[in-house]
Design a protein around this ligand. Structure first.
Ligand code: FES
Length: 350
């Protein structure tokens, strides 16, 4: 049963508080708040609360303005954090302040204007029976002794220290959510791969350069840039290999319905990224009769004879195509880097 008295006094506390270990509410003098006795103060508090809610609305509007108006590649320098994306800072700041103001307004409202009453809730005694309490204490004591937690102080202290430091790597990893290399936006970083004009294409596995005649019509070869191993070793860039991985497929040139650029094939050999544009699985399941490339992860299907367009599944983007040709010795080479980011979508991708 719950008694509420707007005056601040319990109406029914006569015989229970002592047994439950509570002080009778009626014995605590009720102190009215200034907003209870001064209508002007109450009006002021009302205006304060409303101002916070209004400011929150303004910050939500600023959030939308920042999202639309700030270029995604704009970077700013912030002491301690270094170079960060201006858009991310603006979105985080405006959204954070908007939420903070709603919270602060609600607290002020509750503290200054909502009814100020004392509430008495009667409860049964929650103490355990003495035998059950003694048994629980004995179990605890026995567990403590058997675990050796008290007997081996070095283990105890090192365990406590290890657990205390355990969250630190998680906090450090959060840094990667906003730090980008100086002068580079995430979009630039993710848009570039190891490919460039004239770079030989080698087979993934034996790293041998490939001639057009090595690929029969209907064939598929997984391939990489010739210098990918050096890039990996010198720059310690493990992502480079994944981003640059391609597949070469050969079809009758008459069956190519469209490409992502003029004559990006070489005699019917087409090069596409090997990384699915859904969530990035490597793909090499090719159906030579239909020219369909099937991703084994979630069954996205791409038509390689038609610009790599998505014809089925959850992928939202076509497979990026790499323009290719041959060098003076007749080996297949790239004619440039990819002209769009490879792999899954990301926030900055337009
Ligand atoms: S990763 Fe390819 S369909 Fe999901």
């Amino acid at each position: 049963m719950t008694d509420i008295t707007p005056s601040g006094h319990s109406s029914d506390h006569g015989n229970q508080p002592e047994r439950l270990g509570y002080s009778p509410v009626a014995d605590i003098p009720h102190k009215p708040r200034v907003t209870d006795i001064d209508p002007k103060a109450a009006k002021r508090a009302e205006r304060q609360v409303a101002s916070m809610f209004l400011l929150s609305i303004i910050f939500v509007i600023l959030f939308v303005v920042a999202f639309v108006g700030i270029d995604k590649s704009t970077a700013i320098y912030i002491p301690v954090l270094g170079v960060v994306g201006a858009l991310q800072v603006a979105l985080g700041f405006t959204m954070g302040v908007a939420i903070l103001l709603i919270g602060a307004g609600a607290i002020q409202w509750a503290k200054k204007l909502m009814p100020d009453v004392e509430v008495v809730q009667q409860r049964h005694d929650m103490n355990s029976e003495p035998e059950a309490a003694a048994e629980a204490a004995a179990n605890y004591q026995r567990g403590k002794e058997e675990s050796g937690f008290v007997r081996y102080p070095i283990i105890r202290r090192t365990l406590i220290a290890a657990l205390a430091l355990f969250p630190i790597p998680l906090i450090v990893l959060l840094r990667d959510l906003w730090i980008t290399p100086p002068g580079e936006s995430p979009e630039e970083e993710l848009s570039r791969t190891a490919w460039h004009e004239g770079l030989r294409i080698v087979a993934d596995g034996n790293f041998q350069p490939i001639r057009p005649e090595d690929i029969p019509v209907g064939g598929l070869v997984s391939a990489l840039p010739i210098d990918i191993m050096e890039i990996q070793e010198e720059e310690h860039n493990l992502n480079a290999r994944g981003k640059a991985a391609i597949i070469l497929v050969r079809m009758d040139p008459d069956q190519i319905r469209s490409q992502q650029g003029d004559n990006w094939d070489y005699q019917g050999i087409l090069a596409y990224s090997k990384i699915c544009t859904h969530v990035g699985c490597p793909i090499a399941l090719y159906e030579q009769r239909t020219h369909h490339l099937l991703c084994p992860c979630h069954q996205s299907t791409f038509d390689l004879a038609d610009s790599g367009d998505v014809i089925f599944g959850p992928a939202a983007r076509r497979m990026p195509q790499l323009p290719i040709g041959v060098d003076e010795e007749g080996f297949l080479v790239a004619r440039s880097d990819f002209t769009e980011p490879v792999g899954p979508s990301f926030w900055e991708r337009s």
